[in-house]
Every structure is written in C-alpha cells, then in structure tokens.
Design a protein around this ligand. Sequence first.
Ligand code: NI
Length: 171
Amino acid sequence: MAVLSILTAPDARLKEPARPVERIDERVLALVDAMLETMYDAPGIGLAAPQVGVGLRVFVADVSAKEEPPSPLVLINPAIVWRSEELVVAEEGCLSLPEHYGEVTRPAEVVMRHRDREGSLREIRAAGLLARCLQHEQDHLDGILFIDHLSMLRRNMILRKLAKARRQSRA
Ligand code: NI
C-alpha cells in the first residue's frame, strides 16, 4: 500500500464534481485503503478522492483525538439528508490548501447517508468537529473548497499565495 500524493489548489481536478461509485469492487477498496493511509500520514482528519486525483464520490475521515484509538470512517456515495437550522462558525484547514485557514459558517449538525466499505447503507448523525469534517469532505465531492465559502478577496489572496509557493518550489 502506498501513500498517495495530495493535489493542492489551484488545480482544476479539485474543482470538478465527482461521479458516484457504481460498484464497490476491489479497485474501490484499494483506493479507500490508500486514502486512509494517506490521511493518517499527512496527517489530516479527512480526505476526499478528488484530492488524490480520483473523481469518485468517496471520502475517509477520522476525528478521534490523538490519545484515543483510531476511528476511521469510509463514506461512499454520501449525501447530507438533514441539516440543522443552527449555524456555527469555526476555523477550517485543508490538505489541498496547506498552511491556510479560514472561518467557515456551516450547519451545526447534519445527518449523512452513505454506503460503508461493505456496501451497507448507513446514516451518521453528527455534531461538532465530525459534522464540520463531513460537510467539508462532502464539498470536495462537488468541487467546492473551504475557500469558496470565504470572501472573494480572501479566497484570491490564498490562491495567489499558493500559486506563488508552487512557482518557488519548482524554481
Ligand atoms: Ni479539504
């Protein structure tokens, strides 16, 4: 199993909506395993398939604290089926926007329906950090980054800095 390379913005592949998984076969399971390994290696609390250049509606997450045992989640073809009216603001980061953070307003709680790696239909009711993580990763499947929730001024500033950092790393 290999750690995959994570795309960073600006990259057109991060802006493309992903397509549903039609069959949970060995290829999809191998992708999920590699995504988990890549997420833990980064380290991060969530990773969506488009971030590793795969346009499928799959993401992995683990919001357990460092001192807790790992609690990996695999979500295939996820959909948010309920959102709380209550909104909360919190700072977010993203493995595809390294070293940049921003305050994003999102529903405080959500219910997400998805298939797990065995193909069983499941629902997660989430609040707090997990609710935020699930919504952030779901956005990735629709080509949306957390900076798309910020003002255009702030978004463009972050994208310019990332483009500059990339030019310098190539030089
Ligand atoms: Ni992200």
